[in-house]
Design a binder for this molecule. Sequence first.
Ligand code: ZN
Length: 259
Amino acid sequence: MQIPNVLQFTWSWSRLPSRRTEIELIELQKMLIDYSFIHSESDSWSCNLQPNGLFSVENLTHQIDGKLQCKQSGMNKTMSNKLLPQKICIFVWRVMLRRIPVRVELDKCGIDLDSLRCSVCNDNIETVEHILIDYAFAKDLWERVSRWWNSSIPIHSSLEERFKGIRGNVNPNLTNTSSVFRQAIEWVCGYVIWQNRNHVIIRKKKGNGPLALMEIQTRSFEWLSSRSKKVKIYWNQWLLNPSYFGDLGWHQRYFSSID
Ligand SMILES: [Zn+2]
């Protein structure tokens, strides 16, 4: 029975909506329940995304894809740091594109999840930013890395700046070699945080900050010492002050160029 002046929807689904989508739909309908057209005879709904005024999911998908491509147009190339193996560079590139399987991103792909809250701490929505920067273990590890590098954590406003901004850091004391070294360590840190998150979920293994820092130190030493042609890295010194080697690279280049 149609109730006059009360908005009613008749759905014809080609595929049944998921449980969460259904809840969202009910919420949307509640928002419209008291709405009525002033001139019910002549007024109608119109979608202003298309000239014909008709709404279609296909068109909406094109519109969203178009916007995303604009946003990511500068991100088509894989990011690289020559001191690190490809798998780390690809990981960081995927992070920049938000293509690691955190709950928010899985949800965007249409995967039905019971909750979007963080699978580790349940304190927040599980975004890439939350896992790699904000959640307690990640925060603690970034601080440990900064203390090891003997500097305070730069105030970053975004994930992009955390992983990309170091080379463009305004600190005049940050030499190019030093910044490449530092960036390499930050990328390894992000990779270790992500692996730790997966271990917590899959193996139910709680994160250990000191052990995770040791893993960053060991892995970065292994990769940087074998790939850095200009600077010889010594393990004991590496543990004490990794920034020394970054600066050393700059000094060596500087003094050889004025000889
Ligand atoms: Zn969390």
